[in-house]
Write a protein that binds this ligand. Structure first.
Ligand SMILES: Cc1cc2nc3c(=O)[nH]c(=O)nc-3n(C[C@H](O)[C@H](O)[C@H](O)COP(=O)(O)OP(=O)(O)OC[C@H]3O[C@@H](n4cnc5c(N)ncnc54)[C@H](O)[C@@H]3O)c2cc1C
Length: 253
C-alpha cells in the first residue's frame, strides 16, 4: 500500500475529502484518503452529549462571561466522516439577495456569481444526502416563479406611474406574504398609499385567513423586494398586472 502509485492523495476524510474521493474514484482515478482520526464504525456513534465528546471537541473551550461564567466546548468531529458525524442536520441555503449585498444594502461586495449559478449544486447535494422539505411548497414556488419575475420586472414602471399620480378611481395593490409559525404563509393584497424610495406604505386590503395576528385595514410598510405581484384596479372593473393572481386562478397543483 505504501508504495502503491495513486493519482490523487486527499488529506482528511470529512465531508469535503470524502466527496472529492467519491467523485474522482467514479471518474476512474485511483485515490487514497489519509485520515488522522479513527475509522469509526456505526456502532461507535451514539447520539448523546456525553458520547458525542468521543468525536472530539473543537479546540479550547469558549468561556462565557457573566455572573456565573461557564465554559462551553463545541464539538468538532474527527476521523472518517469528520465534523459531519454530528452536524445539526440543518441545510440552509444562501438567499438570492445574499449574493448581491452591495447592490441591495450597500455593504461589502456583490458576489461574481448568482444564486442561480449555485442552485443546481445545492440541489445535487440535497439529493445525495437526502435533504427533505416541503415538496408542495417547492412545486408552488417553481410554478409561480415566471409570474413573480414578470411582476418584479414591471415594478419600477408601475412605481413611476403611481408616483406621477394614478388616474381618478384607479387603485394600486401589491401582493406580499404574511408569515406564520410552521413555515405557513399566505399572500395578501396591500393597497398602496405611498411609495418612497424602496418602501411602500399601505393598508392590508384582504382579510388573512391562515396567518393570525393581522387584520384587514391594518397599516403595512413593505419593502419593494418583498413584493410578489402588483395589480392596478381600474374604475371600469378591469385590471392591469396581477400576473401571479391570474395564474393562480387556473392553477391546479
Ligand atoms: C457540532 C456541529 C454542527 C454542525 N451542524 C451543521 C448543520 O446543521 N448544517 C451544516 O450545513 N453544517 C453543519 N456543521 C458544519 C459541517 O459539519 C462542516 O462544515 C463540514 O462537515 C466540514 O467538512 P470538511 O470535510 O470540510 O471538514 P471536516 O469535517 O473537519 O473534515 C476534516 C477531516 O480531516 C481530518 N484531518 C485534519 N487534519 C488532518 C491531518 N493532518 N491528517 C489527516 N487527517 C486530518 C480530520 O480528522 C477530519 O476528519 C456543523 C459542524 C459542527 C461541528
Amino acid at each position: 500500500m505504501t508504495n502503491e502509485k495513486v493519482d490523487v492523495v486527499i488529506v482528511g476524510a470529512g465531508a469535503s475529502g470524502s466527496l472529492y474521493a467519491s467523485v474522482l474514484a467514479k471518474a476512474g482515478k485511483k485515490v487514497v484518503l489519509l485520515e488522522s482520526g479513527p475509522d469509526w464504525e456505526l456502532s461507535d456513534l451514539i447520539s448523546s452529549e456525553i458520547w458525542g465528546r468521543r468525536i472530539k471537541p473543537a479546540g479550547a473551550p469558549i468561556v462565557l462571561e457573566g455572573k456565573n461564567p461557564m465554559a462551553y466546548a463545541a464539538q468538532g468531529g474527527w476521523g472518517v466522516g469528520g465534523a459531519a458525524l454530528h452536524y445539526y442536520a440543518n441545510f440552509p441555503r444562501l438567499l438570492p439577495t445574499d449574493f448581491r449585498t452591495k447592490s441591495e444594502h450597500n455593504r461589502a461586495h456583490d458576489w461574481p456569481i448568482a444564486y442561480e449559478d449555485v442552485a443546481p449544486f445545492y440541489d445535487k447535494v440535497a439529493r445525495e444526502i437526502g435533504v427533505s422539505g416541503d415538496a408542495n411548497k417547492k412545486k408552488f414556488e417553481d410554478a409561480i416563479a415566471p409570474y413573480v419575475a414578470r411582476a418584479r420586472a414591471t415594478l419600477p414602471d408601475i412605481k413611476q406611474r403611481f408616483n406621477k399620480g394614478l388616474k381618478k378611481r384607479e387603485v394600486l395593490f401589491v401582493t406580499i406574504r404574511l408569515h406564520g409559525p410552521d413555515n405557513k404563509f399566505e399572500q395578501v393584497y396591500v393597497e398602496v398609499k405611498a411609495w418612497k424610495d424602496t418602501m411602500i406604505s399601505g393598508l392590508l386590503s384582504s382579510e388573512p385567513t391562515l396567518v393570525k395576528g393581522h387584520q384587514q385595514g391594518e397599516k403595512m410598510v413593505v419593502d419593494e423586494k418583498d413584493v410578489y405581484d402588483w395589480t392596478l384596479s381600474k374604475p371600469d372593473g378591469t385590471e392591469e398586472g396581477n400576473f401571479v393572481g391570474n395564474f393562480l386562478d387556473t392553477y391546479h397543483p
